[in-house]
Design a protein around this ligand. Structure first.
Ligand SMILES: Nc1nc2c(ncn2[C@@H]2O[C@H](COP(=O)(O)OP(=O)(O)OP(=O)(O)O)[C@@H](O)[C@H]2O)c(=O)[nH]1
Length: 308
């Protein structure tokens, strides 16, 4: 399997995600790249899939939001898409009510994390809704703010519906929540594919200038264990992790048992399940401000200690 780029399209209900997706697919098709789409709809009738051409492999996830109910299904469908098609990129349109951490968690499976190049989160913001955010419930306002905070690329959409003066005030407030993301004022989510493809490179440049610690965006670190580790050492390592590690999952082999354990970690709580077969010993770590090199070298050190 070759490496496939993965983009997450997020943003509140009605902000313009489908409009963006259609726009991207048109450009992808013109560029001759083979891409697929994962659509997540709330409810069980597909509305958006009719908008996508027949030549684009498509999987739909019904009845629930990627984050809450159907992560396992998402994993299977993504796996099928990746193995059945030689894909350049996968676009995942999330329900407007999805939290970015949960979505990234849903796609970063230890089974195929190595075949994915996670490019980032593109958030579409409806400028009218953002202007009138005080009318929303505190929970929804919080979700909108989180979607902006975690984005790597923000489309300030429906610019035609606000005045220039309003637009500049709204941009200012959005950049305040996420100074590092690329912000673009758009009408009907008109954005060039090239600028989306470059988003990581741009970020990278910014990082070099700034302190690595000030990096705000969600990161997924993937490590493959070569051997077993001692459970007590591993748990010491867990306890010392920063609070910005939100999720971990993977297969881990402990020195005391023959088969690996499925390991899940969510906001500080580890959970283990016995596996009865050999699994690839990949572990995925999701969080903010993660020091990838340091984490991997710490995990390697645990393996080295166990091997002696
Ligand atoms: N005026 C205006 N309307 C827009 C713009 N972008 C999208 N729309 C319209 O807004 C509506 C919602 O757009 P969608 O692309 O379906 O939004 P969505 O985020 O996919 O919506 P959900 O799937 O319900 O979450 C559609 O009627 C679009 O035509 C824009 O820039 N300006």
């Amino acid at each position: 399997m070759k490496t496939t780029e993965v983009y997450i399209l997020g943003g509140f209900l009605g902000s313009g995600k489908t409009t963006l997706l259609r726009n991207i697919l048109k450009q992808e098709s013109e560029a001759g790249r083979k891409v697929a789409v994962l659509l997540n709809e709330l409810g069980s009738v597909s509305v958006d899939s009719g908008l996508i051409g027949d030549d684009v492999p498509l999987k739909e996830l019904f009845d629930g939001c990627i984050c809450c109910t159907i992560q396992d299904k998402l994993e299977v469908q993504l796996h099928e898409l990746l193995t059945e098609n030689d894909l350049e990129a996968v676009y995942i349109e999330t329900t407007g009510a999805a939290h970015p951490v949960e979505v990234l968690d849903g796609i970063m499976s230890p089974l195929f994390a190595k075949n994915l190049e996670y490019k980032g989160i593109i958030t579409v913001v409806d400028l009218l809704r953002w202007r009138d955010r005080d009318e929303l419930s505190p929970q929804l306002r919080q979700l909108l703010a989180e979607q902006i905070h975690h984005a790597d690329f923000i489309l300030l959409n429906k610019a035609d519906l606000v005045s220039e003066m309003e637009a500049s005030q709204l941009i200012y407030s959005i950049q305040g929540l996420n100074p590092e993301a690329v912000c673009l004022l758009t009408e009907y989510a008109a954005v060039s594919l090239i600028s989306l493809q470059q988003m990581q490179r741009k970020q990278h440049k910014v990082h070099q200038k700034l302190d690595v610690q000030s990096h705000l965006h969600l990161t997924a670190v993937v490590h493959t264990f070569e051997g077993a580790v001692a459970q007590t050492d591993f748990e010491d390592w867990l306890r010392a992790l920063p609070e910005t590690v939100y999720r971990m999952k993977g297969y881990i082999s402990f020195t005391h048992s023959q088969y690996p354990h499925l390991f899940q970690y969510s906001y500080g709580m580890p959970m283990y399940m016995n596996e009865m077969i050999k699994m690839p010993l990949n572990i995925v770590i999701i969080g903010e401000k993660l020091d990838k090199e340091m984490m991997i070298s710490q995990l390697k050190a645990l393996e080295a200690t166990a091997a002696h």
